[in-house]
Design a protein around this ligand. Structure first.
Ligand code: FE
Ligand code: FE
Ligand code: ZN
Length: 294
């Protein structure tokens, strides 16, 4: 099982520290933001301790393609209303692609964005235009468009939206998809029938384009279009369905990344990863954490 989680990337150890954090949780994959998800301030790559991180991953039998980078939320490639937002999206995406390549990661997860005051079709076409305006796609890096919950004016809550974007980009080899279980459940897909979901994904997009899975429970009912992640077994999807995703042989080679909420101020990942590996759910330990950490 290739299991990881969202980890921090901060001074003084940067990416090396991220790998250490993942290892402490028993993970063999990880996902990081190259800086704060909500702003564009970034450290120069020379500072990020990339060689040390690679060495540590190698020593622990972790593959570089299981280190995932997530682009910050402020990139909104679907916004055609404010040209300055669109310009920022293009410029930041270009630099983020270069950072992802410098780290040696293969996948950069990107939210397709929100169309704000226009409409879905305009949003989709704006995304395609924006992605096609990127000056350089580094070799070996794929942007993985994430399936979204459909909150507000979000694009990407149907597989059809992502298929349309993928068929419109000029460098299709530089693109793939990241499937988020909380998001697609909120969008109306039934995780209890994950093979059915994969069949539909295969029919609409093609399973070869699936490179990353975000494994999260959801605080809301299927179809609610809200996007609030829950800890495993603490939401409406449930542990058994999420464990079945982690075990599904059709996506065995794909890294599954937890983005479940901290409990109090503590990360739950060590326990959640253990539960997924063993297949035994331990609700008490999460409740105990909640008690101890308020
Ligand atoms: Fe995301
Ligand atoms: Fe996600
Ligand atoms: Zn989310």
């Amino acid at each position: 099982m290739i299991l990881g989680c969202h980890v921090q990337m901060k001074a003084p150890d940067y990416v090396e520290g991220s790998v250490k954090e993942a290892i402490a949780y028993g993970a063999n994959a990880l996902m990081l933001y190259t800086g704060a998800p909500q702003n564009t301030r970034r450290n120069p790559v020379e500072k990020l301790r990339i060689e040390e991180a690679k060495q540590l991953m190698h020593e622990n039998g972790m593959k570089m393609e299981h280190l995932i980078v997530h682009a910050p939320y402020i990139i909104n490639p679907a916004n055609s209303v404010k040209p300055e937002v669109a310009e920022l999206a293009k410029e930041f995406l270009e630099s983020e692609l270069e950072r992802t390549a410098a780290i040696g990661a293969s996948y950069l997860v990107l939210h397709p964005g929100s169309y704000t005051t226009t409409d879905l079709e305009t949003g989709i076409h704006t995304i395609i235009e924006r992605l096609n305006s990127v000056a350089h796609y580094p070799e070996g890096v794929k942007i993985c468009l994430e399936t979204m919950a459909g909150k507000g004016s979000e694009v990407g809550y149907r597989f059809e939206h992502l298929a349309e974007i993928l068929s419109g980009v000029e460098h299709p080899e530089s693109f793939g998809v990241c499937l988020d279980t909380c998001h697609i459940s909120d969008a109306g897909y039934d995780i209890n029938d994950f093979d059915g979901v994969l069949d539909e994904f295969d029919r609409v997009i093609g399973l070869t384009h699936l490179h990353v899975i975000h494994l999260n429970d959801s605080k809301n009912e299927r179809g609610a279009r809200k996007d609030r992640h829950a800890n495993l077994g603490m939401g409406t999807i449930g542990f058994d369905a999420l464990h079945a995703v982690a075990c599904n042989s059709r996506c065995a080679a794909i890294p599954k990344i937890l983005e479940t909420p901290y409990i109090g101020k503590k990360p739950p990942y060590r326990y959640e990863i253990e539960m997924l590996r063993s297949g035994v759910y331990n609700r008490e330990i999460l409740e105990q954490m909640a008690k101890e950490n308020g």
